[in-house]
Ligand binder design. Structure first.
Ligand SMILES: [Zn+2]
Length: 418
């Protein structure tokens, strides 16, 4: 087999090789945990910057620790195509979540550089330093700064050791000033577009036998907390007909969430936390707290479901004689992918010999934030092991990485004419 530097095989192998090398940096010896601005995180950033420079790019680490590489276009005023993803991880996470979206473009730019090829667009690769929120319970910290939407209030937030975000940034040798963070914001419409490659983190492509898929929209989410208050009573002496059991009421509400959120294709609803505070085996629950997370590919579908769920839960509470307090803790709008970019991506997928398949992203990604700045699109890559992610069992193949790289290379070559 004749393997040229731009063959999908060699690109796929190089991407996985870099992912393995990057995964050697971890906060803990067993498993992969890379929290924002820890020693492992900074070592990973140095590796990324080094690989960018080897690939013929100018690279720097910016005021929030993001690794930014630039590969100039054929003309000095060429439009800029931004791409990237995050390199921090969840606790005991996977090697490809986020990282694939940095390493794949680096491998592709290295191949372009080796051929002496310049494009109609300049490529800017951003290794976002923080997306997962592991250390400071933030999310989209990096991409929000680049989108000009950074919340300066989080600088005073502290980690588990009482270190503030501001001090953590300064300890990493960065200025940690509001001005330095504000300066990271890009002008609207420049970049001219953004593409993010990400492992699917779900089983859909795997079940369909497809290496890649085109994302239609990144689901926004509504998160709520619910407190059900009934009356605590003796488990032995309170007759069933005279109870105001908060946990039984909550159980009925959980089933109402499941039923309503099963009624539209992209809609999902989850009660991921449920507890009886200070509960006891011999006491009828007087209180039950639960969380609610509802997502869909469009805001109207999601909001209609949330409204129905709230109405149904209130009716359950009334019928059972318990009270229900609901608080919305997060509301993020959906980010639709730009049709012109999704169409271009679809054509590239077809040219790579893969049947184009479109799917929504149920998980949030940096592209959601960058959508405030410019048109975005996303390419999903098949996740092995049943689609498991945020887990050390997360896996993907070099062959799939190679197909994704081939699609990406085609996309960047055609981007300026789209
Ligand atoms: Zn991710």
């Amino acid at each position: 087999m004749n393997v040229t530097p731009t063959s999908p095989e060699s690109l796929g192998a190089r991407i996985l090789e870099m992912a393995e090398a990057l995964a050697r940096h971890s906060d803990q010896p067993d498993g992969l945990t890379v929290s924002y601005l820890g020693a492992a995180h900074r070592a990973a950033a140095r590796d990324l910057a080094g690989w960018m420079r080897e690939a013929g790019m100018e690279a720097e680490i910016d005021a929030l620790g993001n690794v930014v590489g630039r590969y100039a276009g054929a003309a000095p005023d060429a439009p800029v195509l931004m791409t990237g993803s995050h390199f921090d991880t969840v606790r005991n996470g996977g090697k490809y979540d986020g990282r694939l979206g940095i390493l794949l473009p680096i491998a592709v730019v290295a191949a372009l550089h080796a051929r002496g090829e310049r494009l109609g667009c300049a490529i800017e690769i951003v290794g976002f330093a923080e997306e997962e929120g592991l250390r400071f319970r933030t999310s989209f910290l990096s991409s929000s700064a680049i989108a000009g939407a950074f919340d300066m209030g989080v600088l005073d937030r502290t980690d588990a050791d009482g270190i503030s975000l501001r001090d953590a940034i300064r300890a990493a040798g960065l200025p940690g000033t509001e001005a330095s963070i504000q300066a990271l914001a890009r002008d609207r419409g420049r970049p001219a577009g953004y593409i993010e490659v990400h492992i699917e983190q779900g089983p859909v492509l795997l079940e369909r036998g497809l290496p890649v898929g085109i994302v239609t929209s990144i689901a926004g989410s509504v998160r709520m907390t619910a407190t059900v208050t009934g009356v605590a009573g003796h488990a032995g002496t309170t007759p069933m007909t005279m109870r105001k059991d908060a946990a039984a009421a909550a159980a009925e509400m959980v089933l109402a969430v499941e039923r309503r959120c099963s009624q539209a294709p992209t809609l999902v609803g989850t009660v991921g936390m449920l507890s009886v505070p200070n509960g006891s085996a011999n006491v009828v629950p007087g209180r039950c707290d639960f969380s609610l997370d509802v997502r869909a590919a469009d805001d109207a579908t999601r909001d209609a479901a949330v409204a129905d769920v709230v109405r149904e839960c209130r009716a359950i509470a009334e019928r059972r004689g318990v009270t229900l307090d609901l608080a919305t803790t997060m509301q993020v709008p959906c980010a639709p992918c730009a049709p012109r970019l999704a169409d271009l991506l679809e054509a590239c997928v077809a040219r790579a010999g893969v049947a184009p398949f479109r799917l929504p992203s149920g998980a949030g990604h940096d592209a959601m934030m960058i959508a405030r700045l410019t048109d975005v699109c996303m390419l999903f890559v098949r996740c092995g092991n049943g689609g498991i992610s945020h887990n050390p069992l997360e896996t993907m193949t070099a062959a799939d990485a190679g197909v994704a790289a081939e699609v990406f290379l085609d996309f960047v070559r055609r981007f300026e004419t789209s």
